[in-house]
Write a protein that binds this ligand. Structure first.
Ligand code: AMP
Length: 285
């Protein structure tokens, strides 16, 4: 497996492979790879002849009081997982490579991608600037890689909506593929941030998947009204008072706006603080 550090080299490699008739898949990550990331890489291997995993802890998607500095980083283990999952390339650029203007000695100039409207909804409402950073870095990765397909997890459902819209609006020639949520045996959605949880918080964190399952259960019984579905989700959270809900909402997956009645393309999404750790989960109804 090859490690590539610059966008120019990534593009040259990708063009070379596509010139030989290969399809190229891109799996963007921030590292600290786990079985959720592995499932994306494996799906990319299934659908594409060549697979790139990008590993970049993107500073522009973290708020000033968020965990950028302490975000888990483990490059060697990540490379082993990427290779074992079937990737041919790890793209691991430095911050200066991705944001030349914004680093020390840079000219302070930079281009950003803002998906208006969507970027202020769900996680974007409580994390101002987050989706601007996400849309910008993913656009840069898509431009550098010229992949046929790029793979994202449903776990970050609002992010998926932002990226789909960005890719459509900019007419990016890369197909966006969304993969299902990988969970621990007890239901907790895998996340690089789960390592922050104490044993007690790890137990409390199960309330997110419990709330999602409760709503799915009610839908299976035939309930479609948003107020009834959201009330059930919130009641599950109320039984775990140590966890603070950020949002619990029934929304359209395309617009991230609330719906009154669940239908095709409806998402039940939750975000909550477990101690100092913010976790998310969701289900497509
Ligand atoms: P991250 O490294 O957290 O930015 O995640 C990189 C990609 O992996 C994103 O597309 C995430 O949605 C996806 N991902 C993270 N956790 C999971 C999971 N538990 N199941 C499936 N995909 C995931």
């Amino acid at each position: 497996m090859e490690i590539v550090r610059t966008a120019a080299k990534l593009r040259a490699w990708s063009r070379g492979e596509r010139g030989k008739g290969q399809t190229v898949g891109l799996v963007p990550t921030m590292g600290a790879l786990h079985a959720g990331h592995a499932s994306l890489i494996e799906e990319a291997v299934r659908l594409c002849g060549r697979v790139v995993v990008s590993i970049f802890v993107n500073p522009t998607q973290f708020g000033p009081n968020e965990d950028f500095a302490r975000y888990p980083r483990n490059f060697e283990a990540d490379c082993r997982l990427a290779e074992a999952s079937g990737a041919q390339v790890v793209f691991a650029p430095a911050v200066e490579e991705m944001y030349p203007g914004s680093v020390e000695g840079g000219d302070g100039v930079g281009t950003f991608v803002d998906v208006e409207g969507l970027s202020g909804r769900l996680d974007g409402a409580s994390r101002p600037g987050h989706f601007r950073g996400v849309a910008t870095v993913v656009a840069k990765l898509l431009i550098a890689c010229e992949a046929d397909r790029a793979f994202f997890g449903q776990k970050d459902a609002a992010q998926v909506a932002v990226i789909r819209r960005m890719a459509a609006d900019l007419a990016v020639g890369t197909e966006i593929v969304v993969c299902p949520i990988v969970r621990e045996a007890d239901g907790l959605a895998l996340s690089s941030r789960n390592v922050y949880l104490s044993a007690e918080e790890r137990r409390q964190a199960l309330v997110l998947s419990r709330a999602v399952r409760a709503v799915e259960g009610l839908v299976a019984e035939g309930e479609r009204r948003a107020d009834a579905l959201v009330a059930v989700g919130r009641a599950v959270f109320a039984a775990e008072p140590g966890v603070r809900v950020d949002y619990a909402a029934l929304v359209d997956w395309g617009t991230l706006l609330p719906v009154e009645v669940a239908g095709p393309g409806t998402l039940f999404a939750v975000a909550a603080w477990v101690g100092a750790t913010r976790l998310i989960d969701n289900a497509v109804i």
